[in-house]
Write a protein that binds this ligand. Structure first.
Ligand SMILES: [Mg+2]
Length: 305
């Protein structure tokens, strides 16, 4: 394994990305209302500096803190596995779909303008779109426009050689299958899991947790790639966060972040750890999320009085 983790300056420790002035403002604000504190404004940079970096917010850290203690019960042995047994030698890589591999946007289009829509929308840079079959009515089509994240085709092909790929989305099956049939025509993904396989936690208006323990795989050789780190909160040490791949509107036109190369940046890290007996050790070393969340808990404790 390449010694990413021995780079002396790999991570200057989780830090708040606030200037001194901002920090002062935050504390100053506290003096006026000590009950109020906007957690989302504190962020933490995690990852391997200069190679693969992701920003996590205090809200995510607060969530990890909130579920500390209950995560244990989800890590006990389970019997109702949601995947068939695996006899191969590859480690398992669980991939989230929305905002991790693709960005999708839903649009309702009157039937009479559907044909024009086709040509126009594809010109706006989407890779493909389709009608959602189950909520169509007589007057309009519900269209899902999909943009693939840069490098996703190569990522799936390459990773499938070294990992058992499991796609796990919190989206429902009909929606996800429409996307995955087009995203993965070669079948690099071995298994698909959906919302129905998630565990719903009634915190933060309901969070669809992906309990890796239910996969029935070697937990030291199972990783999950997610743009919503809360979803892997039961197994923080197995989680690789990734920046959300999103779009914004410039007038009528969807604009995608052309500079995003997160999948390409992550590839060497995954290639590096793929043969390890303990991939989780590598991930802990790279991201230190548990450590960061413990620090975050201290910070929020300090700020709450
Ligand atoms: Mg997602």
């Amino acid at each position: 394994m390449i010694a990413w983790d021995s780079q002396p300056n790999e991570l200057d420790y989780p830090f708040e990305q606030m200037s001194k002035e901002e920090e002062h403002d935050q504390y100053h604000h506290q003096e006026y209302d000590d009950r109020y504190y906007d957690y989302e404004e504190i962020t933490y940079l995690v990852g391997v500096r200069g190679v693969y970096e992701v920003i996590l917010d205090q809200g995510t850290m607060a969530f990890f803190e909130a579920i500390r203690g209950i995560e244990k019960q989800y890590n006990e042995d389970v019997e109702d596995y949601i995947l068939p047994p695996y006899t191969g030698k590859k480690p398992t890589l669980v991939l989230d779909m929305d905002e991790t591999l693709i960005h999708a946007a839903i649009d309702c289009i009157p039937i009479e303008s559907y044909r024009d829509y086709y040509a126009e929308e594809l010109n706006r840079g989407w890779d493909f779109f389709f009608c959602l079959p189950y909520i169509d009515d007589q007057d309009s089509h519900t269209i899902v426009n999909v943009k693939k994240r840069k490098g996703v085709d190569m990522f799936l092909e390459k990773m499938s050689k070294h990992f058992e790929l499991v796609l796990w989305t919190a989206g429902d099956k009909v929606y996800a299958d429409c996307i995955l049939d087009r995203l993965d025509p070669n079948g690099y993904i071995s298994h698909r899991l959906y919302r129905e396989h998630c565990t719903v936690l009634n915190i933060d208006n309901g969070v669809y947790m992906k309990n890796l323990k239910r996969l029935g795989r070697n937990m030291r050789r199972t990783l999950i790639l997610e743009n919503s780190p809360r979803n892997f909160g039961f197994q923080i040490d197995n989680g690789i966060p990734i920046t959300s791949f999103e779009a914004y509107f410039d007038g009528d036109v969807s604009v995608f972040d052309e500079t995003d190369e997160k999948l390409l940046e992550l590839t060497p890290l995954l290639m590096d750890c793929r043969n390890d007996d303990d991939l989780v050790d590598c991930v802990i070393n790279w991201f230190k999320i548990r450590e960061v969340s413990e620090t975050a808990a201290l910070i929020s404790g300090e700020l709450s009085y």
